[in-house]
Design a protein. Structure first.
Length: 236
C-alpha cells in the first residue's frame, strides 16, 4: 500500500526573478503520509504561506516537483487542479474570509454550491459541520455577531463541510486569544483523529508542540523535521 499523500522534491519558488528576486522556497524536499498531523513552523517571511499555496495548488513552483497522491501536479490541467482544490483540500486561513452579509450556515453552504451539491444535502452537510465545531446555536448569526474564535470555527466548518481528506490551515489561530486558539486546535486534532491529513502552519512553538511531527522552515529551507517525543496520541 502506498500511503504517501504529498511528495515534494527540490521545490523552489522565486518571486520577481532578476535583480530583486526573493527565494521564498529554496530546494524544499518533503514527504507527508496520509493521516498525518504535521506542523510547519517558521518565522514571519520564512516561506510558510508560499509553501501552503504550492501544496494547495493555489500557485505553481518555479522549479521542482510536486506529487499529490502520486500524480505530478505540473501535468494536471486547470480543470484537474480546481477539482483537487474543491474536493481534496479544505483551506483555513488566518483572516477567516467569511462573507459579511451571509449568516454562519450560508457561509458554510457557499462552497458546496460550487461543488454542485443539491440544496437539501448542502443544508444537511452545513448543519453537521457546524455541530462538529460546536456552533449549533449560532447558525443564523452573521460574522459581525460572533467572536473571532466563533468566526474561525465557522471558517473551519466551511472547510470541512464537504469532508475533504486534507486540511491546510495557515496560521489559523494567528488572530485569536489563547482560549479560542485552544478550541481551534482541539477541532483540528479531532479532524486528524477522524482520519484526515492536517497540515498546520504556525509561527508559534506552543502550537507546533501539539503536533506529532514538526517541520521547521527558515529562509525558504527546511531546517529540521522531527517527531515530537512527548506527543500523546491518546490525549491528542
Ligand atoms: N507575491 C509575492 N511577491 C513577492 N514576494 C513575495 C510574495 N509573497 C511572498 N513574498 C516574499 O516571500 C517570502 C516568504 O513569504 P511567505 O511565504 O508569505 O512567508 P510566511 O508565510 O512564512 O510569513 C517573504 O520574503 C515575502 O516577502
Ligand atoms: Mg504566512
Amino acid at each position: 500500500m502506498n500511503d504517501t499523500l504529498i511528495k515534494v522534491e527540490d521545490l523552489c519558488k522565486i518571486y520577481n526573478p532578476g535583480e530583486n528576486e526573493v527565494r521564498a522556497l529554496d530546494h524544499v524536499s518533503l514527504e507527508i503520509k496520509k493521516g498525518e498531523l504535521v506542523a510547519i513552523i517558521g518565522q514571519s517571511g520564512s516561506g510558510k504561506s508560499t509553501f501552503m499555496n504550492m501544496l494547495g495548488c493555489l500557485d505553481v513552483p518555479t522549479s521542482g516537483k510536486y506529487y499529490l497522491n502520486g500524480t505530478d501536479v505540473s501535468e494536471m490541467t486547470d480543470n484537474e487542479l480546481s477539482e483537487v482544490r474543491n474536493h481534496e483540500i479544505g483551506f483555513i486561513f488566518q483572516g477567516f474570509n467569511l462573507i459579511a452579509n451571509l449568516n454562519a450556515i450560508e457561509n458554510v453552504e457557499l462552497p458546496l454550491i460550487y461543488r454542485g451539491i443539491d440544496r437539501k444535502t448542502r443544508h444537511e452537510l452545513a448543519i453537521e459541520s457546524l455541530k462538529m465545531v460546536g456552533l449549533e446555536k449560532r447558525m443564523d448569526h452573521k460574522p459581525s455577531e460572533m467572536s473571532g474564535g466563533q468566526q474561525q470555527r465557522v471558517a473551519i466548518a466551511r472547510a470541512i463541510a464537504a469532508q475533504p481528506p486534507v486540511i491546510l490551515a495557515d496560521e489559523p489561530t494567528g488572530n485569536l486569544d489563547s482560549a479560542s486558539s485552544k478550541e481551534i486546535l482541539a477541532i483540528l486534532k479531532k479532524m486528524h483523529k477522524t482520519g484526515r491529513t492536517v497540515i498546520l502552519i504556525t509561527h508559534d512553538n506552543g502550537i507546533a508542540a501539539q503536533a506529532r511531527r514538526v517541520v521547521r522552515i527558515m529562509d525558504g529551507k527546511i531546517e529540521s523535521d522531527t517527531i515530537n517525543p512527548d506527543f500523546d496520541q491518546e490525549e491528542a
